[in-house]
Design a protein around this ligand. Sequence first.
Ligand code: GDP
Length: 327
Amino acid sequence: MICVLSGGTGGAKFVDGLRQVMPAEEITIIVNTGDDLLWWGLYVSPDIDSITYVLSGMLSRERGWGVRGDTFLCLQAMGQLGEPTWFHTGDRDLAVHLLRSRLLAEGKTLSEATSIVCGKLGVRARILPMSNSRVETRVDTPIGELSFEEYFVQRWYQDPVNSVRFAGASDAEPAPGVIEAITSADAVLIAPSNPVTSIGPILAVPGIRDALVRARGKIAAVSPIVGNAPVAGPAGILMAAQGLPSSIAGVAQAYEDFLDVLICDTRDARAADAIRKGGLRVQCTQTIMRSSDDKAALAREALTVVAGGLLKDEPAADGTVPRFGQP
Ligand code: GDP
């Protein structure tokens, strides 16, 4: 079993690669819920949605979020009714929010609702929210404190950031299965997700960081920072606000108490040497995921680094694939 810690877009690309190179049933993904929001009265969990959609083959790869080929008729209609439209939910996407919201209103936990939605969409990997308690990422800016989606989507991450906090984290508990998934995994992979606002909230849930320290498998993180800048989005700004350099050294620092291997881009080879001198193992490879093949290659590399032998076997000459786990 491989355990992955993930946010939404970078995480979804990485998970897309993993599912190509190993059986989905062998993957547990612990997902950030710090971005969750109530939108038009519905409970939306953007990162859980992205991971669910990528594993069910529904994700829009062009946008990196939402459902492929979705329409936005409800969004238009809500705009005509004078409702806010800055958070774009497609019509089929909305169906998932409606179902999840109904399940939560009936008293189900977010874990249970996620599992039901995944079952209906044919997801074979296990998706676990980091917590069933509400933990909200709050971004402090000169215009006041914003939710992550207000900062990121509504205001296009244009505001200077003073600090980031995770409201509710200290009273939160890891969702059922989270600690066990980390401690018992053959390996733990930290997706190239934002270290502050995607992995940060997961690590802020009491017990999770400690589980990573105790994990029996090796832990590798793929850097979302390439050449001292994020591949996309505000990770660099947010890292600086948290006192971390926007570099692979900053990523290593964010995970320093439990990380075994940092996987970074070949462009960061020189910075990698400096980190190795500090004693951390660093593997340089091509980490920019443009195509399906790029994603599969990075996933294969990550698995090779932490857990050789977990890869799906190559097809034999007669086209049959030996069963996973068989010699
Ligand atoms: P969010 O919840 O949508 O912010 O999603 P994530 O935190 O999972 O993903 C955002 C991070 O993914 C950003 O910091 C990007 O730098 C990183 N990212 C996106 N695409 C790639 C890629 O192809 N390679 C690498 N190494 N990082 C990527």
